[in-house]
Write a protein that binds this ligand. Structure first.
Ligand code: ATP
Ligand code: MG
Length: 367
């Protein structure tokens, strides 16, 4: 069986560097290996509405922002099918059937959903749609028979939930769905990139992001006000690396060649870290270096985005074509699912014949 990739992002804002190192960069690399039979990249507007029901305009406006970020990062419409979730009604139908295979207590145990509920102050007013979004994500993944899902660590519980649904479905109804494999970033700093405020996760909802399309001045300002080691006060003081966001970002973004280009006094990141922990290296110097690294990484992305921004109708055309292709694939899977569940009555000639026979027999007895 061939390899199929599926991933997606919620259109709740422009994409940030956490998305990039956690998933987007990997998608582009995998796309360019040519190893995949099919690649699907979904703008998850229906999922975004589960906690933005009162603000559909926000979701609507951000679809193009996410699409532009995709193209800017190198997703290629010739190789990857980019589509909009809400345009694929089959996904809702699949979710509806999967709901019967998951218990409420199982959903309540999902650690990512738990922390997201807390973050959104839902307390006792959790929308049912939000609570059940791991099921809808299982529909998204299985609809395309995805084998590979490159995502950040926060998605681990979703993939576990999906695998459970696949196993349960296949054991009840027969082999139909494909069990996906999660592909986490190799670099541990990228598993869950912290926010510029040092909080556990850079997230659109937390306002602690460096966006992929950020202008140079804004990048600089965000890097310079970044969280470091609060006990590293004087340059001579020894500094801590743990929880030091500037170093976490260097772990995530720095390439060896940047030292020659921007900080030739050091051979590599290990040397820089050793100096910092020993004492005698100021935060400003490290921040200036990180700023140069991020500027170098983001400049080509920002420039490509500006090119695509000149032709917005073309970008919508890409999404429309992608959605048409995605729907035809999801429709095939839905047909398989309904056949396995034996709810394809009109195509089931055996059922019709058997029942015709049953009622003929009944009449014969009566007569
Ligand atoms: P929201 O706050 O609206 O949930 P988000 O910033 O969490 O937005 P998502 O659209 O939920 O972004 O996530 C899209 C993809 O990016 C997922 O694969 C997720 O694992 C990855 N991702 C998001 N934030 C990070 C991060 N800080 N570090 C690594 N990966 C991330
Ligand atoms: Mg999220």
């Amino acid at each position: 069986m061939g390899k199929i990739m599926l991933t997606g992002d919620r259109p709740t804002g422009r994409l940030h560097v956490g998305h990039y190192v956690g998933s987007l960069k990997r998608r582009v690399e995998l796309q360019n290996t040519g190893e995949f039979d099919n690649i699907f990249v979904m703008i998850a507007d229906a999922q975004a509405l589960t906690d933005n029901a009162d603000n559909p305009e926000k979701v609507r406006q951000n679809i193009i922002e996410v699409a532009l970020d995709y193209l800017a990062c190198g997703l290629d419409p010739e190789k990857s099918t980019m589509f909009i979730q809400s345009q694929i009604p089959e996904l809702c139908e699949l979710s509806f059937y999967y709901m019967n295979l998951v218990t409420v207590s199982r959903l309540q145990r999902n650690p990512t959903v738990k922390s997201e509920i807390q973050m959104r102050n839902f307390d006792t007013s959790i929308p049912v749609g939000f609570f059940t979004y791991p099921i809808s994500q299982a529909a998204d993944i299985t609809a395309f028979k995805a084998t590979t899902v490159p995502v950040g660590e926060d998605q681990l519980p979703m993939l576990e939930q999906t695998k459970e649904i696949v196993r349960k479905f296949n054991s009840i109804y027969g082999d139909t769905l494909v069990e996906p494999e999660i592909l986490l970033p190799d670099n541990t700093a990228c598993l869950r990139l912290p926010g510029t405020d040092g909080k556990a996760k850079m997230s659109k909802s937390l306002n602690n992001c460096i966006y992929l399309s950020e202008e140079p001045d804004a990048i600089k300002q965000k890097v310079f006000s970044m969280f470091t080691d609060p006990t590293h006060i004087k340059v001579e003081d020894p500094g801590k690396l743990e929880g030091n966001t500037v170093f976490t970002y260097l772990d995530a973004f720095c390439r060896p060649e940047y030292f020659k280009e921007f900080l030739p006094d050091y051979e590599n990141l290990d040397e820089l870290k050793a100096h910092y922990t020993r004492g005698g290296l100021g935060d400003m110097k490290v921040k200036r270096f990180l700023n140069s690294v991020l500027q170098a990484e983001l400049e080509p992305i920002r420039n490509r985005r500006k090119e695509y921004q000149k032709d917005i109708p073309y970008v919508y055309e890409i999404l429309k074509k992608g959605s048409e292709k995605a729907e035809s694939v999801a429709a095939d899977t839905l047909r398989d699912v309904k056949e396995s569940m034996k709810i394809n009555y009109f195509e089931d000639q055996e059922l019709i014949n058997a029942q015709a026979e049953k009622f003929r027999e009944g009449e014969a007895k009566e007569a």
